[in-house]
Design a protein. Sequence first.
Length: 171
Amino acid sequence: MDAQLQFLSSLVKNFQLDSLLSAKPKKGEYKKLLLANGGEALSLRLTELLTNDLRYAERLEQIAQLADKLELAIKAQVDVALEGWLKKQGERLGFELLVDDDGLSKLQNSGYLWHGLPAKAKKKEDKPGFSTVDFCGELEITDVQKFEQALFQGIGRAKAFGCGLLMIRRT
């Protein structure tokens, strides 16, 4: 997912480690570089990021290893990106995500997967495919006609692969 690479890339740049990367680094290379060279400064930065997110602040107390803290921070960034994507879909398709008393959306995501389509790759480094994720939460319909269209036609770009289906029920 782009959010993971963007986050890791920004950390590498913040710690001025980008000169140590290969020409086209993958996620694993970023992680290894950060874990090998980030040290206490990386730990403090990740703690700061996670402490500011109520969803992860509590879990942070249970984590001692830097690698685990980095994984949790990556998950937090992915969650923010996924929530942002669904909010944009809602603006376009007539719904908005509901929030709790802390201002956090009543949304959970699970099962994020990348499905590669190797037969379609023209070059070895090209990796065409699509992502899937399951969302569970509460939303409010703001435009019945737009939402009805989304409900019957689906959302997202991978509808041809059976993705984007909405299952709804009253709360």
